[in-house]
Design a protein around this ligand. Sequence first.
Ligand SMILES: Nc1ncnc2c1ncn2[C@@H]1O[C@H](COP(=O)(O)OP(=O)(O)O)[C@@H](O)[C@H]1O
Ligand SMILES: [Mg+2]
Length: 259
Amino acid sequence: MLAVTDLRKHFFPGTPNERIALDGIGFDLAKGAFCVVIGSNGAGKSTLLNAIAGKFPLDGGSIAIDGEDVTREPAWKRARLVARVFQDPMIGTAAGMTVEENLLLAELRSEPHRLRWGLTAERRARYRTELSLLGLGLENRLGDNIDALSGGQRQAVSLIMAVLGEPKLLLLDEHTAALDPVTAERVLAATMRVVQERKLTTLMVTHNMQHAIDCGDTLLMLDAGRVLLLAKGEEKAGLGINDLIARFRHKEDRILLAG
Ligand SMILES: Nc1ncnc2c1ncn2[C@@H]1O[C@H](COP(=O)(O)OP(=O)(O)O)[C@@H](O)[C@H]1O
Ligand SMILES: [Mg+2]
């Protein structure tokens, strides 16, 4: 479903501020794979997701989604294949609009050729079903202003907005990191339900080592723009938190993560 080959990205090349963000990253994911992405700050995790979403031109390498080479496709064209949820709950949703208006917006964005039918009873029923799957009581809040929702609820709505367009690939960049621990667990559980229900191929960046162990069938660990570890299936299942922590290069990271 996703084939990434020798990705390279430098920021500010040839200047004293040069940063090698991606230094030859390659891996592939089968359809329906759930890949957890970990690594120290600055390891290149967000840059990798940005590269897959087409946010900037690459310096080298190629990206294929569902057999389609998208390397030179701009982000707006790739949006039909790739959906994202970011860390900040304010980014994914449109302020000043209701929950159902946000969902409609997301749905129409992915079907630009369709007429705007508006919020039909059929759509409302479908949105209610989608939201109920989250298990957060959001199915009763379709008409509420999105600003009245908590950060966790907004992230959950962002998640449904992301999957409404039936993307081939879902990218989650620390989407629970800005939430309090209890809410983070709830949103993560909701995420796992939505992803399993839709059999979505997913990349999820996390700083939470327990989540990295508990979630997914594939683990990708980055360090300085390179793949430090790619574990799939049984190899991934056999990993413990200590195995992950031991691989972090910087002592500060190990102390932080162990805590
Ligand atoms: N837009 C950008 N401009 C300049 N440097 C960037 C940009 N995005 C990322 N970087 C640099 O690329 C490296 C990887 O960053 P990032 O992918 O955000 O790391 P992570 O998400 O793993 O913490 C860092 O050195 C960072 O400073
Ligand atoms: Mg990041």
